[in-house]
Structure formats: C-alpha cells, structure tokens
Design a protein around this ligand. Structure first.
Ligand code: SF4
Length: 657
C-alpha cells in the first residue's frame, strides 16, 4: 500500500482550500486492509464541500469498514488548480483518508446525485490512471461502479461503468464485496474481468451495462429493444430496498469536517421514501415505499451525534420531514433535552407546507431560527393538481402565517416552471403567491422577505412526466422574463432562477441513451468539467459534441414520448409499473390528483406489491393540515371540514397504508 502524500503535500499551500484534500476529519478512518479484503474508493464527483455531507456515501463508508472482508476510503473531485498540478506532477487521484492512489483500490464507486457531474466522473477515473472506457480496462484495473438517484437511467454512462447499483446500498455492498473478493482470491487473471462482471449481474440490484445489447429502429431514432446478451443475465434489473430502516442506524460517526462544507450540521435521516406522489419528483417515486425510523432511535441518534460532534444544529432529513409521525414530539424532545442547554437548533429541510404547523414552528424556533423553506412548486391550484402537489393556497398561507407569527422574517419558496400544460397565468401565479406571503408577513413583522426560487422543470425517468417534452431554453427564458418583469413591482419578493441552459443539458443526460456516451466523453476531453458550477458550465461544448456525433438535441430533450416507445431505462426497475406511471400521466393531463397511499388504499403502483414489503409508518392518520388522504375533494382543493392543526400522539407501531 502506498501513499501520494509526500508528492501532494508540498503543493497544498498553493491551492485554494487545501483542507479539501487532507482528510483527518472527526470520524475519518484510516483502514488497514486485511489479507484479501476488498478495497472500495467511495468517490463523490464534485468538490469536497459538496460531497462530504453526502449521507449515502458516509453510510457505506461505515458499513464497509465494519466488515472484516472490506475497507472503504473516500475521494472527491479535485478542483481545477490541484488537478493541473496532479496532471503535471503525475499525482493520481487519491483517497483523502490514507492518500492511497485510486488505482490501487478494487472498486471505484461513484455517488451520482446530479447529471451535470457525469464529466467529472470520467475525469476522476482518468486521474486515477484507469481507462475511461470500460471495454479498455484490464484485470489489474479497479471495477468502476456508480450508485445514486441518477443511475436509474445509467445508459448515458454505459460505456464507462463496469456496474451500477440500483436502490438502497446497505445490504447489496456486502454481496458485491463477496463476489469481488472471490475475483481477487482467484488472482484477477486474464479474461476474469468479464467473468466477475457476469457474476455481479446475478446480484439483485446490480446492473452490468456491457451485458446488454441495444437495438434501434431502422435509420436510428427510437430504441427497438434492449436485451441481455446471455441467458443467465436478467432481462430487468430490480432495485434494492431495505425493509427496515431501524436496522441501519447510520452514520453512527458522522464526519465533522475541518473546513466549511454545505449542510455543516448533524444530519439524521428520519425516513426514506415518499408516497405523496408529486409527479415531477423522481426521488419520491424511486424510493417508495415509506420506511420511518422509530422515533426513539431518532432521538438516540440525535443525542449521540450532538454529543460526539459538538454541532449545535441538527437536520432531520427525509424527502418530506413534516410527514414523519410524531414530528412535533421528536423536535420537542431534542430542543428540551437538558444536555443541549437550549442551544440546539433543529432544521427540517423539505417541509411540506400542508404539514407545517404552529406546533412545529414553535418547537424549531426555540433555540434559534434557521432558514425556513417551503416548496409549493407551482403558482396555481390547477397546476398543482397537474403535478399532484395538492397544496391549497390556504395550506401555504397557514404555514407562512405560522412562520411569521413565530418570529421568522424570511421565508424561501421553491417553484418550478416549464411544467406540462403550464400557461402564463400559472407562471405568474408564482409571483402572486409570493406577494401574498409578504403581505401575511407584514402583519407580524417589519420588512418581511420572501425569496422565490424558480427552477426550469426537467422530466426524469420513472416519473409520470417521463413522457413529457421539456420546455426549450427560449420558452423557459420567456417565462422567467415574465416573472422578472412582474416581480419588479412586488416589494419584499426576491426572485432567483436557475439557468435554463443548464436545465437543457440536465434534460439531455437524464433521459438520454447509450449514444450520448461519446458526447459526454468529448465534452470531458475538451475541458468541460464541473458543469454544475455556473462559472464552468459550457453549453457550447455540449451542443458541438451533439452535432459532431450526429445527434439532435431537440429529439432528445423537447420531444413528447408515446406510450409504445421503449425508453432507455425500460430494462431497469424502480418497482413502479409502467402502466401505473402512464395512467398517472393521463390523470395529470386531465388535472386529476392522486392521494397519498400511506393513508388510502393501495393503488398498486408496484413499489410495495412487487417486493412483498410495506410502508412502515407510526401513524395511521396523515400529519396535521394534510390535504392528501384527509377526505379533501381533490377536484376543488377544498376540505369538507376544518384542517387539523395538531398531531395526535400515537404509540409507534408498524402500520399498513
Ligand atoms: S404499492 Fe401501493 S401502497 Fe405501495 S407505494 Fe405503491 S400505491 Fe403506495
């Protein structure tokens, strides 16, 4: 085992933020691989500040290092200044834990959370001294793998990845370790790389792109079929789902960085999955069913984590934290804990406005007011029915009232534009909502401010909107201009928006097929890394690479798909039946909402029924103020009765939706 530290260290004083590369965080490990142990380099293909807090990566880091047959270290994409030095001085990609060269690991495993990091993945593989194309790798090279939400359509990266892990990683990493360990023990002989990949394809949740053929319709264009090349390779690869989050109380030793990172606080995951059914939301669709962590375990993880890390802020994370059964009691328990001396603040990212109550507001502001963000996503009820974000204006105004009356002065709202069948009235409704929220604030505080952040909608695989043609850059730009013009007259509303050009490339990568591989490679070879970063984003590189490979951006991004089309990810399964998604798409176009199946009968989307698992929720009733599953008339948005505002205390128990 070697280290690049002596080569690297003299250069660190000359680069921006050298702490990105030294490791040594509280909670960091310096594992010594035992004889035959499989070594994983868990890599986040963006900067250290973005990648370090990633919970998925930290969970696997701990789980693998607890095993006798595996070790895991971490790596992050080096920023351009260090990359130039690394290339000049021939310093390979390294782990931040022991500074061991990336090429010495058995598996280079990437966490892919954003499509615009794809070129960084290639860059990291290349910096490790490993051929970027899977077909050119030899037995001595590590296996290059990826997991994370983007891998539900892994096809644009099919040329570069040896294997892909779909779904929850906690259990499957052990099975992969056993297979790779066998490969190592047998000496990684000539030709054995194909054999180990074939064996990995038998592990549930593992997809090996090179074992599938893709056939296109005559003259190119649509896919005709995607078929395994061997009889023992599955036709469809199912995602992995852990049934019981309580068995996985990770991370137990969250990393505490030496330098500033995003989300620099204790993070405790309170549940996984979401069945609210927002039709634009890939994360919600692919992580079904809902699995709550027992409230007692949340409290223990928070108390242990605060004591160990010294943080004075904890975020209770999930896709919609206010939906967690008994959230008020959990928050109250944290802020009232004598050990925290009234100094601990709680943030609840991903708050559903219809589940935010005065009670929650009062609890989380006890120690200190952290930012408050709500995501109504669309400006009109019509539009919110289409996207199935069934939040009434009263829900939003009630939540905002709770916030301002509890002492907040700033509220942030997230919206999308470019949604299916969106009209200018729908777009302008965004501003109307924001303006009304400012008005509510004025009755409680001087100078309230509402920040409305608007993103261009990008349709994602495994959502009902996967068939929708994304708005063009010009159309998104026009809608943003509409809002900007109207916003000039809206005092107290601060409008920000996402670059529509970046949304175009995100759309290209998220629904692209294997033919995009050479495009991604060309953009990377021409220097297009860190495409997530606006100052580095280069639309020109993407457009010229598409043209050079005879591919039509319009066809990939702006075209509506038909029901009969074979989608590039049809051989992957997130559990959801394709006909359920299609019906939900038709319901969207008919402006028909769909309730949350946690509290209504199952409508057989496939996420539970196909795997023999169930939702694990502690409350048999929806959370306070909920519009879904509460008897609301979904066609009008009006509730027959008063909106409940307090959670009922209930004992924890697994309950079926
Ligand atoms: S299978 Fe039924 S209960 Fe499970 S997530 Fe789908 S609709 Fe909900």
């Amino acid at each position: 085992m070697s280290s690049v530290w002596t080569q690297l260290e003299p250069h660190l004083a000359g680069v921006e933020k050298p702490a990105r590369y030294i490791g040594l965080e509280l909670g960091a490990q310096r594992p010594v691989p035992g004889q035959g142990a499989v070594s994983w380099l868990l890599t986040y293909p963006d900067t250290y500040e973005i990648g370090l807090p990633n919970q998925g990566l930290q969970i696997l880091y701990e789980i693998l290092n607890e095993r006798d047959d595996a070790v895991a270290e971490r790596s992050y994409a080096p920023w351009g200044d260090l990359e130039a030095i690394m290339r000049r001085e021939r310093i390979p990609l390294f782990s931040v834990d022991t500074h061991r060269p990336g090429r010495q690991f058995d598996v280079l495993a990437f966490n892919l959370s954003a499509e615009l990091t794809y070129t960084n993945l290639l860059n990291c593989v290349d910096l490790a001294g490993v051929p970027v194309r899977a077909a050119e790798r030899r037995p001595e090279h590590p296996l290059v793998a990826a997991g994370g939400h983007c891998t539900y359509n892994p096809e644009p990266l099919a040329d570069f990845l040896d294997f892909v892990v779909l779904g929850d990683g906690e259990e499957v990493v052990a099975e992969i370790t056993r297979v790779v360990g066998g490969w190592k023990a047998a000496g990684r002989t000539e030709g054995s790389r194909q054999a180990v990949l074939r064996e990995l394809s038998h592990v549930e949740g593992v997809y090996v792109p090179s074992l599938y053929d893709v056939e296109y319709e005559p003259g190119g264009g649509r896919i005709r079929a995607i078929t395994p090349r061997f009889a023992d390779v599955p036709e469809r690869v199912e995602k992995r789902t852990i049934a019981d989050l309580a068995q996985w109380p990770y991370p137990k030793r969250q990393l505490v960085p030496l330098t500033e990172v995003v989300h620099d606080r204790l993070n405790v995951e309170v549940f996984r999955g979401c069945t609210r059914g927002c039709r634009f939301c890939q994360a919600g669709m692919i992580t079904r069913p809902v699995r709550e962590r027992p409230a007692d375990q949340v409290r223990t993880m928070v108390a242990d984590g605060l004591r160990r890390t010294g943080y004075d802020e904890v975020a209770l994370t999930s896709l919609s934290t206010a939906d967690f059964s008994g959230i008020e009691r959990v928050v109250q328990g944290i802020v009232d804990d004598p050990a925290s001396c009234g100094q601990v603040s709680v943030s609840l990212p991903s708050l559903r406005v219809d589940a935010f109550t005065v009670g929650i507001a009062t609890q989380i502001q006890k120690a200190r007011r952290t930012g408050l963000t709500f995501a109504p996503e669309a400006g009109t009820w019509r539009m919110r029915q289409i996207i199935n974000k069934l939040i009434r204006e009263e829900d939003l105004y009630g939540a905002v009232e709770s916030a301002f009356s509890s002492g907040w002065r700033r509220v942030k709202l997230y919206f999308l534009t470019g949604l299916p069948s969106e009209t200018d009235d729908d777009t302008l409704g965004i501003l109307e909502l924001a303006r009304n929220c400012v008005e509510i604030g004025r009755s409680h505080t001087k100078g309230p401010s509402v920040k409305a952040s608007v993103g261009g909608f990008v349709p994602k695989p495994f959502t009902p909107f996967q068939w929708f043609g994304q708005n063009t850059v010009d159309e998104l730009g026009r809608k943003i201009s509409l809002l900007r013009d109207a916003g000039r007259r809206a005092k107290g509303v601060q409008l920000t928006w996402h670059d529509p050009k970046a949304s175009l490339v995100e759309g290209l990568a998220s629904r692209g097929d294997r033919r995009l591989g050479p495009v991604i490679e060309q953009v990377w070879r021409q220097g297009g890394t860190f495409q997530e970063w606006s100052e580095h984003f280069r639309l020109d590189l993407w457009l010229s690479a598409m043209a050079d490979h005879g591919l039509d951006v319009d066809w990939y991004v702006h075209r509506h798909r038909t029901e009969d089309e074979v989608l590039p990810w049809d051989h992957i399964s997130a559990g959801l039946h394709k006909d359920f998604l299609w019906q939900d798409w038709q319901d969207a176009l008919a402006e028909v909402g769909l309730p949350d199946c946690r509290w209504t009968p199952c409508y057989d989307c496939g996420a539970c029924t196909g795997y023999g698992i169930e939702h694990v929720v502690a409350s048999a009733t929806p959370p306070a103020g909920g519009s879904q599953g509460t008897g609301q008339d979904l066609s009008t948005g009006h509730l027959p009765g008063a909106v409940p505002v307090a959670l009922r205390p209930r004992p924890l128990a697994g309950a079926r939706a």
